[in-house]
Design a protein around this ligand. Structure first.
Ligand SMILES: [Zn+2]
Length: 139
């Protein structure tokens, strides 16, 4: 199933392709200060893909252990996607807030990644995050 959405101002387009209906996923809510301040919870499926563009209109934020990149619209400041690249493969998750205005999503679950070491987190992501593919209409 393919789902598309935009950031609040419409500049950034996000496409998520998940094997199941997006309404069946529970977003994972992180309890670190960065994610709480941005109101972030993440949706992904290990067998799904995520694409977003244009990257030229986005800020790349780093936080915590700096292994992940948070993609923020440079205009409306909404964080829409988080990604991490390891061994040449980029995986990521979409922010729940991007899709919750158009879809009735389940309540988030708290995953408290603070309990995981940076190494544990990096090893866990490939088991839950979707593959990030680039979008054709890069401008
Ligand atoms: Zn925006």
């Amino acid at each position: 199933m393919e789902y598309s959405a935009t950031c609040k101002c419409g500049d950034i387009k996000i496409i998520a392709s998940f094997p199941s209906s997006i309404e069946e996923y529970q977003a994972r809510e992180c309890d670190c200060d960065f994610c709480i301040s941005h109101g972030l919870a993440y949706l992904s499926d290990v067998n799904g893909t995520i694409a977003f563009s244009p990257k030229s209109h986005m800020n790349q934020l780093k936080q915590g252990s700096e292994q992940a990149t948070f993609w923020q619209c440079s205009r409306c400041k909404q964080v829409v996607v988080v990604t991490s690249t390891k061994n040449g493969e980029t995986r990521g998750a979409v922010s729940k807030t991007v899709f919750e205005k158009d879809f009735s999503l389940k309540a988030s679950v708290n995953v408290s990644p603070k309990r995981f070491s940076p190494k544990d987190k990096a090893e866990r992501w490939p088991t839950v995050w979707s593959k990030v593919i680039s979008m054709v209409s890069e401008c």
